[in-house]
Design a protein around this ligand. Structure first.
Ligand SMILES: NC(=O)c1ccc[n+]([C@@H]2O[C@H](COP(=O)([O-])OP(=O)(O)OC[C@H]3O[C@@H](n4cnc5c(N)ncnc54)[C@H](OP(=O)(O)O)[C@@H]3O)[C@@H](O)[C@H]2O)c1
Length: 328
């Protein structure tokens, strides 16, 4: 895959444009501050009654509304939650965006699943940070950066890819690597990783292992520390050195258990489920299911939250984390 760094980026392309970041949440805050510190003419676009106005003013950032920003700016970056993007685009942006403006996303979901159909005269691109907003800001402020994915959906100006590189550079991604991809691959791999590993897989693995120990009569505190708290130590090592590198830092006992018992947890049945989950993402069934839940007021999401919050691991975790305030 083609990967770009700061030396491949022309910072002037973005400096010539007025940029609006729509939303001041996890990603919006990081992008707005990074762009400002990179010398970009940037403002934050917030709804009239937004609770984030004071935070923007406190950070010295200019504030506008999405409607005003659409009329004034050349690059609109849609950093409101994915489920609200179609509505914000249709109501506030689509009727007002300048001809030839650029619409930028940090995730390909709405474009890939056609929940949002941008006007044909716009450049449409994506700079998707491979990290949460806090990391995007903290690494930039430390003089480093977070890697990001870059994709172009519509290139009316003929300059969309170079504009994406320029934006990614101003957001600090050129220091770590800007990787070329497309909206489909970013969307599918992101959803699959969330479901199989980062959110669905990991949380259910931790909970099931905790329940197994507690059912067998072991103290909840030991189960919490061994099955949840220590995940970070292993995850940090895997991120720094890879899986094989992490194994170089664990005991032979742990490594022997890894090779001989791990495949009993992740086995042919789990792989078969992963293939089915991937298919459901690819053919749009997952997105349809999410939409149906949203239309009914998210009953599935609410039930999942209620069950998770009342799980025994939360009560013991709250008590133990209170003894480690430095974790907050
Ligand atoms: N979370 C991450 O770290 C992460 C990582 C990679 C990619 N992404 C992508 O980045 C994009 C933004 O995600 P996020 O997690 O940063 O979003 P977020 O934190 O949930 O966004 C919150 C912001 O959106 C605004 N907002 C919410 N609903 C709105 C509406 N109806 N009209 C106008 N503004 C509205 C909020 O306004 P108020 O201030 O008025 O409440 C707030 O400023 C998504 O495409 C996501 O997939 C996120």
């Amino acid at each position: 895959m083609r990967t770009f760094y700061d030396q491949d980026v022309d910072p002037e392309i973005l400096r010539r444009r007025r940029v609006a970041i729509v939303g001041f949440g996890a990603q919006g805050r990081a992008h707005a501050l990074n762009l400002r510190d990179s010398g970009i003419d940037v403002r934050v676009a917030l709804r009239e009654d937004s609770a984030s106005r004071a935070a923007c003013a406190g950070a010295g950032l200019a504030v506008s509304t999405p409607e005003q920003a659409a009329e004034d700016c050349d690059v609109l970056v849609l950093l409101v939650p994915d489920e609200t993007q179609p509505q914000v685009y249709e109501r506030a942006l689509a009727p007002r965006l300048k001809t030839g403006a650029a619409l930028l996303f940090a995730h390909g979901y709405n474009i890939h699943f056609e929940r949002l159909r941008p006007r044909p005269d716009l450049d449409v691109l994506m700079v998707a940070p491979l990290g949460i907003g806090d990391q995007v800001r903290a690494t930039y402020a430390a003089g480093a950066g977070t890697p990001a994915l870059l994709a172009v959906h519509q290139d009316v100006s003929g300059e969309a890819h170079a504009l994406g590189l320029s934006y990614a550079g101003a957001n600090g991604h050129g220091r770590a690597g800007i990787i070329d991809t497309n909206f489909r691959d970013e969307t599918i791999t992101d959803l699959f990783a969330e479901q199989a590993v980062l959110c669905g897989g990991l949380t259910h693995l931790i909970s099931a292992a905790f329940e197994t120990l507690v059912e067998a009569g072991y103290p909840q505190e030991l189960a919490y520390f061994s099955c949840l708290h220590e995940v970070k130590l292993i995850a940090d090592m895997i991120q720094r050195r890879g899986i094989a590198g992490m194994r170089g830092s664990i005991s032979s006992t742990a490594e022997f258990g890894d090779y001989t018992r791990g495949p009993r947890v992740i086995n042919d049945a789990s792989r078969e489920q992963m293939r089915k989950m991937l298919k459901e993402i690819e053919d749009g069934r997952f997105a349809d299911e999410l939409d149906a839940d949203a239309r009914s007021g998210f009953p599935t999401l609410a039930a999942g939250r209620e069950a998770a919050e009342s799980h025994a691991i939360e009560a013991v975790g709250e008590r133990l984390r209170a003894m480690m305030p430095w974790l907050r």
